[in-house]
Design a protein around this ligand. Sequence first.
Ligand code: KG4
Ligand code: ZN
Length: 344
Amino acid sequence: MIGNEKTEQFKILAFETSCDDTSVAIINSEFKVIVNLISSQTTHEDFGGVVPELASRLHLKNIMQLTQAALTKADLSFKDIDSIAVSVNPGLIGALLVGVSFAKSLAYSLGKPIIAVNHMLGHIYANRIENPQLEPPYLALVVSGGHTELVDFKSLDVFEIIGRTRDDAAGEAFDKISNLMGLGYPGGPIIDKIARNGDPKFHRFPRALNKKDNFDFSFSGFKTSVRNYLASNDNNFIKSHIADIAASVQQAIVDSLVSKTIAFAEKSNAKTIIVAGGVSANSLLRSEISKKGKAIGANVFFPALEYCMDNAAMIGAAAIEKYQKGEFADLSLNAFSKKGIRIL
Ligand code: KG4
Ligand code: ZN
């Protein structure tokens, strides 16, 4: 529903439960985050990845308490909230359903309008928390645990997916290789940290699909080559070079992401590049894409580190313009798990 544009100040209470983080935030119409609480589910670490049923149960256990804690921390009550925002896709369906059901019951009982937000759009809007003026046109590299997409946004409604992964997502590659190396979950932050003491040129792992004009990504062949490399060297060698191997792995993933993004930015004369999703926290990705973006005359933006990984503040940020345009959902709203960037 599109209504009249609203220009008054307002506050949005936002929920994010698409994967293994339960998060509740309150953000105002100026993109100021009043509170952003995240309860990360460490239980999954024992399994080397997220167990969907466990994730849903833990969201259910956390969400009420976290909502109360967010209001207390912000020194606000439900009557100060103007609207409720919730991520509805993509994600684990059971996990999303907890957030959506909770948000709908709150909206109904408080008589407040509800706003449906695409989780990936939330990642993109995380950039506006520090840079509220940031608007398309821009080229977005969206890199998370489930997605790797290069998207050319003319406006938020008119966009083209230039490239996407043909197999694993970039974050998934970090996570799976970290498991292969025995380093734990989630792999991205662990490899990022260990790689700081390693030599990125220690071993050259393959970069897939590196032909000019191919903007798709692929990480599964590279993952197999890491597996073969680990199997063909003895344990002592691997242990003593763990930082070098981590740095070489990180360099290979980052090279693929950066080279394709910069090549398309150069071809399309993009002046603004934004990076979004959990992998945007990667220190090497941030420095390489900034350097290479600058060299072709493009400004590169990332979310602040605290808003790179899943959080409800970004869901609230993506709901601000929807509130202003009166784009509210009704109580038949449901979660769905279709992948990708789809603007609701
Ligand atoms: O966006 P996100 O929090 O959840 C999804 O929507 O998937 O992204 C999580 C992913 C994980 O795969 C994690 O390993 C990766 O982001 N990640 C990183 C870093 N921090 C998180 N990957 C590389 N370097 C990091 N510093
Ligand atoms: Zn995410």
